[in-house]
Design a protein around this ligand. Structure first.
Ligand code: AMP
Ligand code: ZN
Length: 480
């Protein structure tokens, strides 16, 4: 079997065939750095990380490019609302560049804590304005633009493939029907390539251009930077599903209008959303959960990584403290299991990581790889990891060699965690199990209306420095 991926372009699982043999060019849309990333955004970057790791495991030399959007992204993807960076800078009394620098650092701090591999190329929009201008010039030369109200627009009616990625039905829509407001647009799908005089005149960063002093629209950033580093056509482009309808459809229009080549990108990969039980998580709407807030609650960032690996990237995943707690317990027992095997194998780590994997352990690795090839089915791949660790007919050293090999994709730092933190992890695992039992006893007592007993459990835990928090779906705990 070879690697197959679900391609949004076509909506089918397709065998991955790169343009150049043995090489994969991959662009993943990066963050807009006006605030911390929320844990939903981080799901997108975990997906990109897994994809890159799998491509490398399949022997591809990969160039993974990620942009940093530090200009031009408005609160509505389709040119509506405030400029996210300007608004954040005003609210915080800082300059746009200060805001960008602060949140870019915070973003890479988060990705490092989640053991996400840093992309090969990280490129800032503000450092690629000449590339954007020259791409827009080509689009204009090829007749796809018009000027209105001081801005330069892309005319989607001129681009025959516009509806392809998102399967949009454009007929019969009036200007403003999809977008809401911008009366300058001839068509609701039209979008700004370059802003000059408009309601966004308070933009802090502006540049000279053939269309006047102003700044680029958001979509042209990704089109220009991806083409600069990966060429006029490349293999994979990824982002969250919210980007299909506007951002990625617009990027395709820009890139293909400029180059005249179709298709611009062969495979479009989109991750589903992480949602809260209350609904969507949004970066601009506030009230979002950050990785740091999970750490403050006593979770390890890898607990969150493990939590995400438990769901296929194309299924919507509901976040709750209880389910994260479950992931923490599972990851702890995984590390304990590894530790037990390390003790049994009684060999230095290098002997385990370099070991030839064959026999039954090899079969588990083959099942693992088959799951990866089947559109990155990580939950199934994880099941192979658990299975090899639990199979007592596999020698400990073989099970460990398989686990460490699988971890090159899972990124759970199994070798490191097992060696560095083993004793405390084992203690923690026992401690967690004990608390879980007490929480269950308290729930039983409450059900039986034995509130005296329920309170006694709560008090005894409090005396040990643990406080309980009741939620609609159950009870979690944290250290005082
Ligand atoms: P942004 O910084 O808002 O441009 O978003 C960064 C990435 O996170 C994009 O690929 C979005 O599609 C993705 N994204 C946004 N919200 C979520 C969510 N709740 N779950 C998963 N991915 C998301
Ligand atoms: Zn993008």
């Amino acid at each position: 079997m070879s690697l197959s991926l679900f391609n949004t372009l076509g909506r089918t699982i397709q065998e991955f065939k790169s343009i150049k043999e043995g090489y994969a060019g991959f662009y993943g849309c990066g963050p807009t750095v006006y605030n911390y990333a929320h844990i939903g955004n981080l799901r997108a970057y975990i997906t990109h990380d897994i994809l890159t790791r799998v491509l490398r495991r399949r022997g591809y030399k990969v160039t993974h490019v990620m942009n940093i959007t530090d200009v031009g992204h408005l609160s509505g993807d389709n040119d509506e609302g405030d400029d996210k960076m300007v608004k954040s800078a005003e609210e915080r009394g800082k300059s746009v560049l200060e805001i960008a620098e602060f949140y870019t650092k915070a973003f890479f701090n988060d990705t490092a804590r989640l053991n996400i591999t840093t992309p090969d190329i990280v490129c800032k929009a503000t450092e690629h304005i000449p590339e954007m201008i020259s791409l827009i010039k080509k689009i204009e030369e090829h007749g796809f633009t018009y000027r209105e109200g001081g801005n330069l627009y892309f005319d989607v009616a001129k681009f025959p493939h516009y509806a392809e990625l998102a399967r949009l039905k454009l007929d019969g829509q009036k200007a403003g029907a999809r977008t809401g407001i911008d009366g300058n647009k001839r068509n609701p799908g039209d979008f700004v390539l370059w802003f000059t005089k408009s309601k966004f005149e308070n933009q802090a960063l502006v540049w000279d251009s053939p269309w006047g002093r102003g700044y680029p629209g958001w979509h042209i950033e990704c089109a220009a930077m991806s083409m600069k580093y990966l060429g006029e056509q490349f293999d994979i482009h990824a982002g969250g599903i919210d980007h299909i309808q506007i951002h990625h459809s617009n990027e395709i229009a820009e890139a293909e209008a400029a180059s005249g080549k179709h298709p611009w990108v062969r495979y479009w990969i989109h991750n589903e959303f992480l949602v809260l039980d209350k609904g969507k998580m949004s970066k601009s709407g506030g009230g979002f959960i950050t990785l740091q807030s999970l750490i403050d609650e006593g979770f390890d960032p890898l607990d969150y990584r493990y939590f995400l690996l438990g769901a296929h990237y194309r299924t919507q995943l509901q976040f709750s403290p209880e389910s994260l707690n479950g992931a923490r317990n599972a990851r702890r027992s995984l590390v304990s299991q590894i530790r037990n095997l390390v003790q049994k194998a009684n060999l230095p780590l290098e002997k385990l990581t370099d070991r030839q994997i064959d026999g039954k352990a090899g079969e588990y690795c083959a099942a693992f790889d088959q799951a990866l090839d089947d559109d990155l089915s990580i939950p199934r791949a994880l099941a192979s990891l658990w299975a090899v660790l639990k199979d007592s007919s596999v020698l400990p050293q073989d099970a460990l060699a398989a686990a460490f090999d699988m971890d090159s994709v899972l990124g759970l730092k199994l070798a490191e965690e097992a060696l560095d933190k083993t004793e405390s992890m084992e203690e923690d695992a026992a401690f967690t199990a004990e608390i879980d039992v007490l929480i269950a006893e308290r729930a039983e007592a409450k059900k039986a209306k034995d509130f005296k007993k329920a309170d006694a459990v709560r008090d005894s835990l409090k005396a040990r420095g643990i406080i309980l928090e009741d939620h609609p779906g159950g009870t979690t705990w944290k250290r005082i």
